[in-house]
Design a protein around this ligand. Structure first.
Ligand SMILES: Cc1ncc(C[n+]2csc(CCOP(=O)(O)OP(=O)(O)O)c2C)c(N)n1
Ligand SMILES: [Mg+2]
Length: 581
């Protein structure tokens, strides 16, 4: 076999193994060293290529695809700094447990560390932010090396997908000639005898372990369930049934997906971020058992309140991590979450005492009633935007929400509903980078996708819009433009008047109509709420990118939030005097 056929046999086998393992989407960025992989990926009949020029955006786009598809997505770039631009999305994928197969092309060994162009040290370059790193062997066509290429690929997919899901990195040293023989690719793809099927299983508890936990939890008088980011849809039914059996309220983070759907809402508490700011409520509720599923919720008041509790605190984690930022866990339980809930329900008797649950439900309802007063706000307002979205989001839609204030306002104002609105965010590392691209990745797969994003976050990933212009995704983007970082006005830095604007507020004065024009998006800057409803609703019947800008003011935004929180406190006090104690 000549060098070209050897290259073709080895790379075609690897690429085919991706498809055999249901990796049908690969985000590719242009480059020369990656040519053999790029061409053979493009040529494979079961693989779809998504071209994305800027590797930082490309990797976030792949992250969005993987989130929406709930399975690994691969990405490919050339050697050099291209690979470093993948890093932020890899970090986000690692912490938010999203499976990615990162393929980087590299110079062969004789060209490393000798001043060759576009050559950097790519060995283990993502450190411990990937679950597995492999420096691939140079292409060879012996049977054992074809099996090696396929096996590494199958292991990479299984490792990425196995809980906790996350990114894996395969670095490919490639020597010239870099052009494979595409006419021969099909022949090499057919040689599937050298394959291995990997069947990762979920973590489960033994009968004895379950019995012990059921006994402890079943004795609790005042229990609580907390749900953060949950990826398994079956959890909606499973955890609400567990809550109902136990008579425990379920504090549901927006990313738990428990705030929207067809499941039972009788135990779902969605206003805790607001009422756990209130001293009266904080003092009134002291659980003796807490069960937590998924990542830690967004809410800071919840975290602060938890720190004051002395409860048996079970963290159930099918990914066997240690997600306990409050440092309070008394039990780490490594079991697939849905199965844990179902197994537990079978072992428990229904708790007939609903008193504790009803106290939570009552506070929640009083809080929600008071929060609804935001409906009277006439000016454009960041909180009211999410209140409006409650009403305006269509059935079976997808809401991607940016970090900083958008995710927090969503937490406060996006109440439970049965419209089946799926909520997405990048909460692994909470970056304001890559959000446009991640949302575009989601909108490639999901219909009726809306992104709500702050102006700085939007600016940070404007490059990502090119994918939308070229690929034609339908995405409605709501840019909350408060001309800078609104979140900092809520923090104590805000009192450093002299330096605040230059260091934290960072106003930019950008006119986003130009970016809309650059990327072929429709654009509207909203003047009032009636106009917002009209433009937002109409956006679903316009194809492509739609940018709707909502101008707000950072200073008045803080005041309005604070006024509302104190109004809610007074309302809760009036409504509940004596009742929740
Ligand atoms: C990549 C990255 N850089 C910096 C930060 C720190 N940071 C958190 S929020 C924020 C401001 C975000 O502003 P914007 O997107 O306009 O949202 P707003 O605060 O106005 O709601 C910054 C810079 C971050 N989280 N991620
Ligand atoms: Mg802002």
């Amino acid at each position: 076999m000549n060098d070209r056929d050897t290259l073709t046999a080895y790379v075609a086998a690897f690429v085919d193994e991706l498809a055999r393992n249901q990796i049908n989407d690969v985000v590719v960025s242009p480059g020369s060293r990656s040519t053999p992989l790029a061409l053979l990926l493009a040529e494979h009949p079961e693989i779809k290529i998504h071209i994305n020029v800027d590797e930082r955006s490309a990797a976030f786009f792949a992250l969005g695809l993987a989130k929406a598809m709930k399975k690994p997505v691969a990405m490919l770039c050339t050697s050099g700094t291209a690979t470093a631009n993948y890093y932020p999305a890899i970090v986000e994928a690692f912490y938010s447990r999203v499976p990615l197969i990162v393929l980087t092309a590299d110079r062969p060994h004789e060209l490393r560390d000798v001043g060759a162009p576009q050559t950097i040290n790519q060995i283990g370059m993502y450190g411990n932010h990937v679950k597995w790193f492999v420096e691939m062997a140079l292409p060879e066509s012996s049977m054992s090396m074809i099996r090696y290429a396929r096996t590494i690929c199958a292991r990479a997919v299984a490792t990425a997908a196995n809980e906790p899901a996350g990114p894996v990195h395969l670095n490919f040293p490639l020597r010239e000639p870099l052009i494979p023989n595409l006419a021969e690719a099909e022949k090499y793809r057919q040689e599937k005898q050298a394959t291995v099927a990997i069947e990762p299983g979920a973590l489960t508890l033994s009968t004895n372990q379950l019995a012990a936990i059921a006994k402890e939890i079943g004795q609790a008088k005042r229990g609580l369930i907390i749900c953060g980011d949950l990826k398994n849809n079956g959890m909606k039914e499973a955890v609400t049934e567990l809550g109902e059996t136990l008579g425990f309220p379920i504090l549901a983070d927006p990313l738990s997906q428990l705030r929207s759907g067809q499941h039972s809402f009788s135990n779902v508490i969605d206003c805790y971020d607001t009422f756990l700011r209130d001293e009266q409520v904080i003092e009134a509720f002291h659980p003796d058992v807490i069960l937590r599923f998924g990542a830690m919720p967004v809410s800071k008041p919840l975290l602060l309140w938890l720190k004051k509790q002395q409860a048996q605190y079970f963290v159930i984690d099918g990914g066997a991590g240690f997600r306990d930022p409050s440092g309070l866990a008394t039990h780490m339980v490594y079991s697939e979450e849905e199965k844990f809930c179902r197994d537990l329900v079978e072992r428990l008797h229904k708790n007939l005492d609903q008193g504790w649950l009803q106290r939570w439900v009552k506070v929640n309802e009083a809080t929600k009633h008071a929060l609804r007063s935001i409906a009277n706000e006439e000016e454009l307002d960041e909180g009211k935007l999410f209140y409006h979205l409650n009403e305006l989001m269509p059935e079976h839609s997808h809401l991607f929400v940016g970090n900083s204030m958008p995710i927090r306002d969503l937490d406060t104002f996006f109440f439970s509903n049965n419209k089946n609105v799926e909520i997405y965010a990048n909460r692994g590392a909470n970056g304001i980078d890559g959000i446009v691209s991640t949302a575009l990745g989601v909108s490639t797969v999901k219909e009726k996708t809306v992104l709500v994003i702050g102006d700085l976050s939007f600016f940070h990933d404007m490059n990502g819009l090119l994918a939308g212009k070229l690929q034609g995704q339908n995405l409605t983007i709501l840019v909350i433009n408060n001309d800078g970082g609104g979140i900092f006005s809520f923090l104590s830095q805000a009192s450093e008047k002299e330096y605040f604007e230059v260091l934290f507020g960072t106003p930019h004065g950008l006119d986003f109509s130009h970016s809309a024009q650059l990327y072929n998006a429709t654009y509207q800057k909203i003047q009032n709420w009636d106009e917002f409803s009209e433009v937002f609703t109409a956006s679903f019947s316009i194809p492509g990118l739609k940018i709707i800008e909502i101008p707000t003011n950072r200073e008045s935004n803080v005041l309005k939030h604070r006024n509302l929180w104190s109004f809610v406190s007074r309302e809760i006090a009036d409504a509940l005097i004596g009742e929740i104690q």
